[in-house]
Write a protein that binds this ligand. Structure first.
Ligand code: PMP
Length: 360
């Protein structure tokens, strides 16, 4: 069976080797004669799976010992509320940088809990660029600074880490985590929904500096309290065991392929080639400022939107699927996460060239 190249923004393509291994281990995990899905989360088999996944992730990202790694549920969207509930510590003020749709959602949720200072807003450029750090107006009294390193819909990515002094930096890394090495020590909290670069939907990864844990507002639900999860090794309640296991297989796969430096090299090349093909054509266009173009999500439009449906139908025929842009922006979007092989991007570029020759 030949599989498609799946450019979905998430849930997204997983490494074929990971799916094959999950298949091989489906009925009998390592002689346990049961599936991981059927195991008690507190049994020694699953605990070993969970511990290995965490250890492998810590190694990949070189997570300092002073950080907890939490394997939660609720998606990145729950973190939009968990961050203020846990980090405000009674201060009532937080800084947010707005670079597009996902920042906007995080801001809307934070406003339930505190005064939000929009320290910078990419709206002046229609969210196609990132305001330089020198133009940000940070509030010295803010409890934290929140930003979205990669806007999955707009395809706008920070290729630098903002300096915020002693104010903890919080990052929604849902669509960029693990695409290259990361200096975790620069952050107070990093969070990510798993369904892009980590594994299947249902798991949410949170990396939080220990000194920020333990100060949640007293009305915070237990399930939204970082301390509750940190103290129980993410097993306060039943964690998403199968997603956690698959994430562990993905971490192993990344390690086997040379870790995050190797991912960086491949991802940089894939993105460079795709943007070059778009820029080199009169028919396709990407609106994002070059220095902040996303390596993971590449939106592009056709010069004649009347051809969108034909493009998508013919792409699907060619085995290139889920290229439709987000419903809020239209056009196309190719998400090219870690597991998308370079051959997939090459096939997309070849298809785009051929489509242009036939229809432009
Ligand atoms: N933040 C970003 C950057 C995202 O891309 C997404 C999902 N596409 C979310 C948050 C929401 O994530 P979830 O669906 O896991 O709540």
């Amino acid at each position: 069976m030949s599989r498609v190249y799946n450019f979905s923004a998430g849930p997204a393509v997983l490494p074929e080797a990971v799916l094959e291994r999950a298949q091989a281990e489906m009925l009998d995990w390592h002689g346990s004669r049961m599936s991981v899905m059927e195991m008690s989360h507190r049994g020694k088999e699953f605990v070993s799976i969970a511990e290995k996944a965490e250890a492998d992730l810590r190694q990949l990202l070189a997570v300092p010992d002073s950080y907890k790694v939490l394997f939660l549920q609720g998606g990145a969207s729950s973190q939009f509320a968990m961050v203020p509930l846990n980090l405000l510590q009674g201060r009532g003020r937080a800084d947010y940088v707005n670079t597009g749709s996902w920042s906007t959602k995080a801001i809307a949720e934070a406003k339930r809990y505190c005064d939000v200072n929009i320290a910078a807003d990419g709206g002046v450029g229609n969210y196609t660029s990132i305001p330089p750090r020198s133009e940000w107006t940070l509030d010295p009294e803010a409890a934290y600074v929140h930003y979205t390193p990669n806007e999955t819909i707009g395809g706008v990515e920070f290729h630098w880490i903002p300096e915020t002094g002693d104010v903890p930096l919080v990052a929604d890394m849902s669509s960029t985590i693990l695409c290259r090495p990361l200096d975790v020590a620069r952050y107070g909290v990093i969070y990510a929904g798993a369904q892009k670069n980590i594994g299947p939907a249902g798991l949410t990864l949170v990396i939080v500096r220990e000194d920020l844990i333990g100060y949640a507002d007293e009305r915070t639900p237990a399930m939204f309290n970082y301390k509750v999860h940190a103290d129980s090794g993410s097993m306060y309640n039943t964690p998403p065991t199968y997603a956690w296991y698959l994430a562990g297989l993905v971490f192993e796969w990344i390690g086997q392929r040379g870790g995050l430096s190797a991912m960086e090299q491949v991802n940089r090349d894939k993105a460079r080639k795709l943007y070059a093909a778009i820029d080199g054509s009169e028919f396709y266009a990407n609106p994002v400022d070059e220095p902040c173009r996303s390596w993971m999500n590449v939106p592009f439009i056709l010069s004649d939107p009347g051809l969108d449906a034909t493009f998508l139908a013919e792409a699907k025929e060619a085995g290139l699927v889920t290229l439709k842009g987000h419903r809020s922006v239209g056009g196309m979007r190719a998400s090219i996460y870690n597991p998308m092989p370079a051959e997939g991007v090459d096939a997309l570029i070849a298809f785009m060239g051929e489509f242009e020759r036939r229809y432009a």
